[in-house]
Design a protein around this ligand. Structure first.
Ligand SMILES: Nc1ncnc2c1ncn2[C@@H]1O[C@H](COP(=O)(O)OP(=O)(O)OP(=O)(O)O)[C@@H](O)[C@H]1O
Ligand SMILES: [Mg+2]
Length: 287
């Protein structure tokens, strides 16, 4: 996982830390945060490698708009790699490569004419460990992406408030916006990171084990938030927590050794999976 916090907003290019220009983002830009609908993400025959290591194998899936899809599977099964391919972060790793096709509402994310920074803007990422920009205030953490990208439409204060409200954090921080982001609790910091992601108006929200560093109360808060966010976004969440998948996800995808074993409505995956390996995994027999 990256060590630079600035990469995790989806607003900057992790390879160079350069801001995403409005024109670059234009290809995938949403018209507005409010009222916007989630986008359809389609993955077709995706293969991802680290040198010789074949980490994701012929992966095909549809992530439905306004739905939450959980990615489950044992450690090393390729979940994080898969999710990182959606915002084109995988290819930043030396020796890594990807083949296949990923589209957002039909737009090919890997088309040669697409600027990679626009893709990272469109597919916002929230990682395991909350990582606010350490020297910045709560306000500046959220304002940083829009400021750097020169986003227009609505003034910055309104955008910050809307993002913090969207991340269900506003009421807790509205009287301390100038205090450091790292002064918040872990769960609040994770919601701050979600607000930071929302501020740059992504199309899709990718979450890689967003609650694994949080206590049960903070986890519940994030789960409630995910449920709200799906009204507006397409959400993919990697989780090791079966109960969490059962609580938040409309669909669940089970990965094993780089392959998608099966995907379907969460309830069916947990009660009547088609594949014996899924049954063994969800019932705790391995992994
Ligand atoms: N930077 C890397 N360089 C080389 N191989 C890697 C790298 N990152 C992951 N891999 C390998 O790719 C495979 C898939 O890893 P990935 O991190 O996607 O699994 P995961 O399902 O997210 O696991 P976990 O549940 O432990 O997070 C593993 O075999 C892993 O060792
Ligand atoms: Mg992982």
């Amino acid at each position: 996982m990256t060590t630079r916090p600035s990469t995790e907003t989806g607003s900057m290019d992790p390879s160079t830390d350069t801001p995403v220009s409005t024109e670059q983002a234009g290809r995938f830009a949403r018209s507005s945060v409010t009222g916007a609908k989630g986008r359809h993400v389609s993955v077709e025959n995706l293969d991802a490698y680290y040198g010789e290591q074949h980490a994701v194998k012929s992966f095909t899936i549809e992530y439905e708009p306004n739905k939450v899809t959980a990615m489950i599977g044992p450690s090393g099964s390729g979940k994080s790699t898969m999710v990182r391919c959606i915002n084109r972060m995988h290819e930043e790793i030396p020796g890594a490569r990807v083949t296949g096709k990923i589209t957002i509402d039909g737009e090919d994310l890997y088309h040669p004419s697409v600027d990679v920074t626009a893709v990272r803007h469109a597919a916002g990422m929230v990682f395991q460990k909350p990582n606010p920009f350490p020297t910045m205030s709560i306000y500046d953490n959220v304002a940083a992406g829009p400021r750097l990208t020169g986003m227009k439409g609505g003034n910055l204060k309104e955008r910050v408030e809307k993002s913090l409200r969207g991340a269900a954090l506003w009421d807790e921080v509205k009287d301390r916006l100038n205090q450091p982001g790292i002064g918040l609790s872990g769960g609040q910091q994770q919601r701050l990171c979600i607000a930071r992601t929302l501020a740059v108006e992504p199309e899709v929200i990718l979450m890689d084990e967003p609650c694994s560093a949080l206590d049960p109360i903070a986890t519940l808060r994030i789960e409630e938030l995910i449920d709200e966010l799906k009204q507006r976004y397409t959400i993919v969440i990697v989780t090791h927590n079966m109960q969490q998948a059962a609580r938040v996800a409309d669909s669940t995808a089970f990965m094993l050794d780089g392959e998608l074993i099966e995907v379907g409505p969460t309830e069916r995956i947990f009660t009547k999976p088609n594949d014996e390996r899924t049954e063994q995994y969800v019932s705790g027999k391995f992994g």
